[in-house]
Write a protein that binds this ligand. Structure first.
Ligand SMILES: Nc1ncnc2c1ncn2[C@@H]1O[C@H](COP(=O)(O)OP(=O)(O)O)[C@@H](O)[C@H]1O
Ligand SMILES: [Mg+2]
Length: 235
């Protein structure tokens, strides 16, 4: 098991959001968390990534207990987090932003190898390497954020709502970017509001509501589930 989250409780100050969230991801899997706004999807990702200290429960990564470790340490261990906000440096070039994603790697030579790898994955970024990140289109910025996450050579990518705010065509481009990662052996935990699309590309999924996992299963089965269809797909 690559990631094993057990009975995770987390929140903000005294406000508890996550209640006994448990989920597992095997190496190479493409797994999603779907659920309504405010369900705790981002909170789950932030807690796994170490940006938020859990109130209880455990997070095991590669068989190692990483519960409560600082985000920088967790990043070094191979978990990359592409947040909703993306936090790109808008006044820096595409290439400079990519190098920021390699801060866990000491040797310049290895950083450059990673850069070439990311440019191979996303040729669009190579074409735009000198362009300021702030002048890229919405879809290109998402691709840049995903590419920057790949710079650290992660074994697990946490990707939070990559299609948020994008037109359908750009949404497809972002999903294609994630397909490229899966083909390259990266394991992905994806959070999305686009439930139909997400369940059609991922292998397994968890439904999070009010901080609790209500349902889990193969994405195909979830897409056919009457509750999921009624609540999330409006059918
Ligand atoms: N920094 C914060 N401080 C206090 N409450 C927060 C903070 N971030 C999120 N929340 C609350 O936690 C709940 C879950 O939020 P979030 O995990 O972002 O949901 P989702 O990503 O599923 O839409 C929401 O009620 C939200 O208002
Ligand atoms: Mg969110």
């Amino acid at each position: 098991m690559l990631l094993e989250v057990k009975n995770l409780n987390a929140g903000y100050g005294y406000l508890q959001i996550l209640r006994d969230v448990s989920l597992n991801i095997d190496k190479g899997e493409y797994v999603c968390i779907v659920g309504p706004n405010g369900a705790g999807k981002s909170t789950t990702m932030k807690t796994i990534a170490g940006l938020l200290s859990p109130m209880g429960g455990t997070v095991m990564f590669n068989g190692e207990d990483i519960t409560g470790l600082p985000a920088s340490v967790i990043a070094k261990k191979g978990i990359a987090f592409v947040s909703e906000e993306m936090n790109l440096f808008v006044n820096m070039s595409v290439q400079e932003n990519l190098y920021m994603g390699a801060y866990t790697i000491k040797e310049k030579k290895v950083q450059n190898e990673r850069l070439e790898f990311v440019y191979d994955l996303f040729p669009r970024l190579a074409e735009r390497k000198k362009q300021l990140a702030g002048t890229m289109s919405g879809g290109e910025r998402k691709m840049l954020a995903i590419g920057r996450g790949m710079m650290s050579d992660p074994s697990l990518m946490l990707v939070d709502e990559p299609s948020f705010g994008l037109a359908p065509q750009l949404t497809n481009n972002v999903f294609q970017s994630l397909d490229v990662l899966i083909e390259n052996g990266v394991t992905i935990l994806l959070v999305e509001q686009n439930v139909t699309k997400t369940l059609s590309v991922t292998g397994r999924g968890y439904v999070l509501e009010n901080g609790k996992i209500g349902l889990e299963g193969k994405s195909d089965d979830l897409a056919d589930d009457s509750y999921v269809r009624k609540v999330f797909l409006g059918v």
